[in-house]
Design a binder for this molecule. Structure first.
Ligand SMILES: Cc1cc2nc3c(=O)[nH]c(=O)nc-3n(C[C@H](O)[C@H](O)[C@H](O)COP(=O)(O)OP(=O)(O)OC[C@H]3O[C@@H](n4cnc5c(N)ncnc54)[C@H](O)[C@@H]3O)c2cc1C
Ligand code: SF4
Length: 509
């Protein structure tokens, strides 16, 4: 008899550990454990979502005649871990073998590899991704630079995604230039997918309220899909109602509009309810049938076949060293307003408020508002990683860490991105309407009323001169800095110092 351990982000019948399951003998073990639930201040919605999806998956397997041993979080067993649950199951069930699909996170894999039970442990490859870890390291080998764009083209070719013979559909690999439109006022943005909590979800919500009431984030209202069937409905709704505009407004931000034309599918993809091929093929079909334009479909597919696979590849290629990377020697602790939203900077307040409400913000809010601020304020990568890992329902270290350490903080020195995504307030003003409702003036460059992003941007270039000046993609930025008068650079430094002093003194900035 095999004891098949299924982890909370492997909720798919097609995972490798379940492919040859023998219903007559094998037992599937799914467990809620304190070690995972408590290692960071997880958003309450994130916990409720994952536990509810796990419980629903267990029921689906049972309905297929499979024996499932499911352990719920117990107040009386506060030390539970995967190891302790597997140990108990071995004692009681006496299996011949443990089978598990490779965990998505480095620490969990190492933990499992260290188990020394008196029976074999078979760790099978995680086939939920398009590109295996070995394929990625093969692709990366010998390259001077790892760039997502070239990787993405190879994935398209390999799976024949949006291809016309040997050429990309529409004659171009990338339609990003058409995908940078702002949205200055509310248009007819469709409502997001909403699933009313059923009995299982309500039980989980009550448990989260009781055990994790002090954690970050709003538990109510809860509206996530929690089964594969529901997640597929959410995918269909996205393709039908939002995909057409996805590309054009991919980078836009709008006050009090958290969902816009994004897919909101990352939670479902990352816990296994959806597979990348589900999303890619459904979107491609929408293009082929004339339902959605190529710039949108290509843009959406690039996020999944390109970015998502690429960041996972980088994670496994570079761990464990990547988790300690701090190329720019950033050192400031995370300001308390990241938890309280108590800041006068409207863009940040808005994005943090939405994070608290939904355990979700879209990519540009993460990258160009919260991320940009973290970069310019030299926040320590450990603090920023911990925050991003806790607050989003889609956050697992394999995807969160490269996005934070590589994409927003440039703490990896350029492994993932060719330049830091640093920007002044002008970018945020161009892509959103946040500045209209802000106490600061985006057009002012210096002084107490100036938008802090404006002087912090130049201060960032000055502070990191030695490390960044030779980056060819920052040549123009440094040329502009060199043309600045001494008075102006002095003002930038003085404003930044005043701002950082206020941060350190916990004044409301
Ligand atoms: C600082 C920072 C932290 C992030 N942390 C996470 C995280 O913990 N988990 C996570 O899934 N994504 C993370 N992302 C990537 C991206 O922001 C989210 O995947 C996206 O916002 C999820 O919303 P959506 O499903 O509506 O995405 P859409 O905009 O609809 O995009 C479609 C899908 O593409 C994938 N995708 C897009 N961009 C990325 C990316 N950069 N990396 C990986 N996948 C991508 C996601 O699966 C997403 O569902 C992070 C980005 C940044 C800048
Ligand atoms: S003025 Fe600056 S701080 Fe205020 S919303 Fe605009 S970019 Fe953000």
């Amino acid at each position: 008899m095999n004891l098949i351990l299924v982890l909370g982000d492997q909720l798919n019948r097609q995972i490798s550990s379940l492919t040859d399951l023998d219903r007559r003998k094998d037992v599937v073990l799914i467990c809620e454990v304190w070690e995972e639930a408590e290692y960071t201040n997880h958003h309450k919605k994130k916990l409720a979502f994952i536990f509810s999806a796990m419980r629903h998956f267990a029921d689906e397997l049972r309905a297929q005649g499979i024996t499932v041993r499911y352990t719920k979080l117990q107040k009386t067993e506060k030390t539970s871990s995967f190891r302790s649950e597997v140990e108990k199951a071995i004692r009681e069930l006496k299996p011949e073998r443990i089978v598990v699909t490779e965990p998505s996170e480095y620490c969990v894999l190492n933990d499992i590899k260290s188990w020394a039970f008196d029976l074999p442990i078979e760790i099978r490859p995680d086939t939920r991704f398009l590109i295996s870890k070995d394929e990625f390291s093969g692709w990366a080998k010998g390259r001077k630079q790892l760039r997502m764009e070239y990787f993405y083209r190879d994935v398209r070719r390999k799976y024949s995604i949006l291809m016309e013979g040997d050429n990309p559909a529409g004659g171009q690999w990338n339609f990003d230039k058409q995908n940078r439109n702002p949205l200055k006022e509310k248009t007819n943005i469709p409502a997001p997918y909403v699933e009313a909590p059923d009995r299982i979800t309500l039980e989980v919500i009550a448990m989260i309220d009781e055990y994790f009431g002090g954690n970050f984030g709003d538990l109510h209202p809860f509206y996530f899909a929690v089964t594969r069937e529901q997640a597929l409905k959410a995918l269909d709704q996205f393709v039908l109602e939002r995909l057409t505009n996805f590309g054009s407004y991919q980078d836009a931000m709008l006050q009090n509009e958290p969902w816009l034309y994004h897919s909101h599918l990352s939670f479902y993809l990352n816990c296994g309810l959806l597979l990348p091929v589900d999303c890619i093929r459904t979107a491609e079909e929408a293009y082929r049938s004339g339902q959605a334009p190529l710039n949108s479909v290509e843009g959406f597919i690039r996020q999944i076949a390109g970015w998502r696979e690429f960041v996972r590849g980088i994670y496994w290629l570079t761990m464990p060293a990547y988790a300690d990377a701090n190329f720019l020697e950033a050192y400031r602790p995370l300001p308390s307003f990241f938890w309280t939203e108590d800041t006068q900077m409207n863009c940040l307040r808005q994005c943090i408020k939405e994070t608290k409400e939904n355990a979700y913000t879209h990519h540009i809010q993460r990258l160009m508002v919260i991320g940009n601020f973290s970069l310019l304020a030299a926040l320590h990568p450990d603090d920023v990683n911990d925050w991003f890992l806790s607050v989003y329902a889609d956050a697992y270290q394999w995807v969160e860490l490269p996005n934070v350490t590589g994409m927003i903080l440039f703490a990896d020195g350029g492994v993932l991105a060719s330049k830091p995504y640093a920007a002044s307030g002008a970018y945020i003003n161009r892509m959103s309407n946040y500045c209209k409702g802000c106490r600061y003036k985006v057009t002012k460059k210096n002084g107490p009323d100036a938008c802090p992003f404006n002087y912090l941007y130049w201060n960032f270039l000055i502070r990191n001169d030695q490390k960044l000046r030779s980056n060819p993609r920052l040549r123009i930025a440094y040329q502009n800095l060199d043309r600045m008068s001494e008075d102006k650079t002095d003002a930038v430094k003085a404003d930044s110092q005043r701002f950082f002093n206020a941060l350190e003194n916990e004044e409301k900035i």
